[in-house]
Design a protein around this ligand. Structure first.
Ligand code: KG4
Ligand code: ZN
Length: 393
């Protein structure tokens, strides 16, 4: 007698195989001041970014010297429909009659649920829920920091196939952004152990605050990096500036950048008070005719190097202790070329491309792919997804 029930599990297996390894994912990211949507095609061999649209709000927040949560929320609400349209168009989901088409090809939706600014996160989450309802798609919530980890896999030249990525373990991730500084041990995908974190300011936050003290625009990271690079080219001032490297020799893997920021504040006060010789009236990058402008690149260079020294010392020590085969650098501060270079000299470093270091939705889509590989993409109860500004890894 033939068993008629036999083919069914086989069919289910094949279906699961196709669904779970080949996927098109639409991801939404609104945790801070970038409104971002990406469409990613993923299979076991490669990631193909069909679209990756980021609408930056930098111009809106720059006059305030930092992100204003209510303005961010308002801008996300305004930007999301426009960004969605661009992302769908670029990914080929808008037909010549300007109608959205072929949505059936999207297998999964993902949205950042934290950490970040809750008003901003909620805008993205509610937008994603409405779309999931309308399009009848499964939707999963993703941790923003997980996205920063996975951003390192968005590379054309990633040699190993996704299925071989297990050779990278143990991985140590150094996550440095505007809100976080963390060392994360990863022994397997989606298994995280935070072994160290900042006790006060995040690395990016310190860059932003020091930039503000020097009259440099927001966000301060790229501004300080650019000034620091000028200093490397020409040693303008003879003055020796030494800033502290907080907690560099502490036994743990925690960080502290608030003292470094305060040290810059006192240095500026002392320079202005004439403690180093001539009195320096103004140390503000906006004050164009200033004869002491040469000091700004020098201060930026020393500040940047102080941050880099601490980050590298702790990362290298942790990598040795945990026998990490790979170090991943992620988060907005990972755009810093000196940090990339100097950390790369000391570790086996897997770096995201610069364009994927700051907030984007492509990285959220990659994280979603790994979640889907692990748990499948069955319709979860996405209606319960909530924003959590303090979400942990
Ligand atoms: O990851 P991200 O885009 O947003 C958050 O999740 O916070 O990181 C933004 C942070 C800002 O503090 C910004 O100043 C910093 O990344 N940043 C940099 C550089 N580019 C961006 N910091 C240092 N050097 C850079 N080149
Ligand atoms: Zn981020």
């Amino acid at each position: 007698m033939t068993n008629t029930s036999r083919p069914l599990p086989c069919f289910i297996f094949v279906y699961y195989f196709i669904i779970s390894f080949n996927m098109i994912i639409l991801a939404i990211e609104t945790s801070c001041d970038e409104t971002a949507i990406a469409v990613l095609k993923a299979d076991k061999k490669k990631f193909e970014i069909l679209s990756n649209i980021v609408a930056s709000q930098i111009k809106i927040h720059a006059p305030w010297g930092g992100v204003v949560p209510n303005l961010a929320k308002r801008e996300h609400e305004r930007n999301l429909p426009i960004v969605l349209n661009k992302a769908l168009k670029k990914a080929g989901f808008v037909n010549p009659k300007s109608q959205i088409s072929n949505l059936k090809n999207i297998d999964l939706m993902a949205v950042t649920i934290g950490p970040g600014l809750e008003p901003s996160l909620w805008v993205g989450i509610n937008f994603a829920k409405d779309l999931a309802e309308k399009w009848k798609k499964p939707l999963i919530g993703i941790n923003h920091m997980e996205g920063h980890i996975f951003s390192a896999l968005l590379k054309k030249n990633l040699k190993s196939q996704i299925s071989n990525l297990k050779n990278l373990f143990p991985i140590l991730a150094l996550l440095v952004s505007g809100g976080h500084t963390e060392l994360v041990l990863i022994n397997n995908w989606l298994k995280y152990k935070v072994i160290g974190q900042t006790r006060d300011d995040a690395a990016g936050e310190a860059f932003d605050k020091v930039a503000k003290m020097l009259g440099l625009p927001y966000p301060g990271g790229p501004e300080i990096a650019a000034k620091a690079a000028q200093n490397l080219k020409s040693q303008i001032s003879n003055l020796k500036i030494n800033l502290p490297r907080p907690m560099i020799n502490s036994k743990d893997y925690d960080f502290s950048f608030s003292g470094l920021k305060t040290a810059v504040l006192y240095l500026l006060r002392d320079l202005r008070a004439g403690k180093f010789g001539s009195r320096i009236i103004s140390l503000d990058a906006r004050d164009k005719g200033n004869q002491f402008h040469g000091l700004i690149p020098q201060i930026c260079h020393e500040f940047q190097q102080a941050v880099i020294d601490v980050l590298i010392k702790k990362t290298v020590r942790a990598a040795n202790e945990y026998k990490a085969k790979t170090v991943i650098l992620g988060g907005g501060v990972a755009a810093n070329k000196e940090l990339r270079k100097q950390l790369g000299n000391k570790t086996n470093l897997l770096l995201p491309e610069i364009k994927f270091t700051t907030d984007n939705a492509a990285m959220i889509a990659v994280a979603a792919y790994f979640h889907a590989l692990k748990s499948g993409i069955k319709k979860k109860n996405w209606k319960n997804l909530q924003a959590n500004g303090n979400l942990k890894l």
